[in-house]
Write a protein that binds this ligand. Structure first.
Ligand code: PEP
Ligand code: MN
Length: 337
């Protein structure tokens, strides 16, 4: 970290800042310029959490050198993380597609949808049992009954499962059924929930918050990792902008940025990003071409009658078409699908 002193900072103020940093546990190296003095401070920035150097007299600014996300960032681990879920590897050469309905509605339809997405090449089955809906009057999910149906679908198809947790009190229950725990966009900065899923040994699908910067998203991953769980898959699912033509605005630029800043795998959710099934195909291709490690796509047997997110859900036939069209795109960027 570098502390930039004001041009008119006194020697006493410079000494006071150095003394304070030394007391906290930093080594300091002042550099006296013609106009300004800067102090190089070497130590763990976390030591600063209870001290406010920036408001000391004579201080102009604090400039961090290390990224604040130590575990999620590449400064301490350069090689890509591959998250293993049953026999599926996310973050390796294979593009992994997760697919299934937004919510589990009943056993028969869910298992049917699971069979269809598996036939078309999905490796992981999605489904919501606890639904974070904007309206309290909308379908909230089948809860544990839904988890039981998911487990049956896994028995039937062999597909690994991903489902969302919305409450710290349900983490243990959900972990006992699922293979991947999803933390949804609305909970990306629910720090208690992040800590709690960090205590499990399940892979975590961490969706980007509706208005989260990439740094905030990586800091959310850091919370999970700091609690002990390193198996995180990031998921870009669109952010809020002034544009209303799509439900959210997909941030394709986040894919190469995350790849540069973090060793964690990243997948893209074109369904929630667009809100419209018609755009899912193009956005999926774009995501793979841009370097995503996978996709999570909503598929419903009968989107018109879906209890949740029907307008953005693909029919199984459209999903199969998409998977076939994605293969050459994956190959073009050196990946398998
Ligand atoms: C979902 O995956 O069903 C969901 C609610 O996603 P998001 O948190 O991205 O809105
Ligand atoms: Mn949904």
């Amino acid at each position: 970290m570098i502390i930039i002193m004001n041009a008119n900072a006194t020697q006493q103020q410079i000494d006071n800042v150095e003394k304070k940093l030394f007391e906290i546990g930093f080594k300091t190296h002042p550099i006296y310029g013609d106009v300004k003095t800067v102090i190089g401070a070497i130590g763990d920035k976390r030591l600063l959490s209870t001290h406010d150097i920036s408001s000391m007299p004579g201080v102009e600014a604090l400039v961090p050198i290390m990224k604040p996300y130590k575990l999620a960032g590449k400064e301490l681990k350069r090689e890509a993380t591959i998250v293993k879920v049953r026999d599926v590897e996310i973050g390796g050469k294979d593009i992994v597609v997760m697919a299934g309905p937004c919510a589990i509605e009943n056993e028969e339809n869910y298992i049917q949808a699971a069979i269809k997405v598996k036939e078309a090449g999905a490796k992981i089955l999605r489904g919501g049992a606890f639904k974070p809906r904007t309206s309290p009057y909308a379908f909230q999910g089948l809860e544990e009954e839904g988890l039981k149906i998911m487990a049956k679908a896994r028995e039937h198809t062999g597909l690994a499962l991903v489902t969302e947790v919305v409450d710290t009190r349900d983490v243990e229950l959900i972990a006992s059924y699922t293979d991947i725990i999803q933390v949804g966009a609305r909970n990306m900065q629910n720090f208690k929930l992040l800590h709690e899923v960090g205590l499990t040994n399940k892979a975590i699908l961490l969706k980007r918050g509706l208005a989260a910067t990439i740094e905030e998203w990586l800091m959310a991953a850091e919370y999970i990792m700091a609690a002990g769980n390193q198996n995180i898959i990031l998921c870009e699912r669109g952010i809020r902008t002034y544009e209303t033509a799509t439900r959210n605005t997909i941030d394709m630029g986040a894919i190469p940025v995350v790849k540069e800043l973090s060793h964690l795998p990243i997948v893209v959710d074109p369904s929630h990003a667009s809100g419209t099934w018609k755009y899912v195909n193009a956005l999926s291709k774009g995501a793979i071409a841009t370097g995503a490690d996978g996709l999570i796509i909503e598929v419903h047997l009968d989107p018109c009658n879906a209890l949740c997110d029907g307008p953005q859900s693909l029919k199984p036939s459209k999903y199969t078409e998409l998977m076939n069209e994605l293969r050459p795109v994956a190959q073009a960027v050196g990946r398998n699908l």
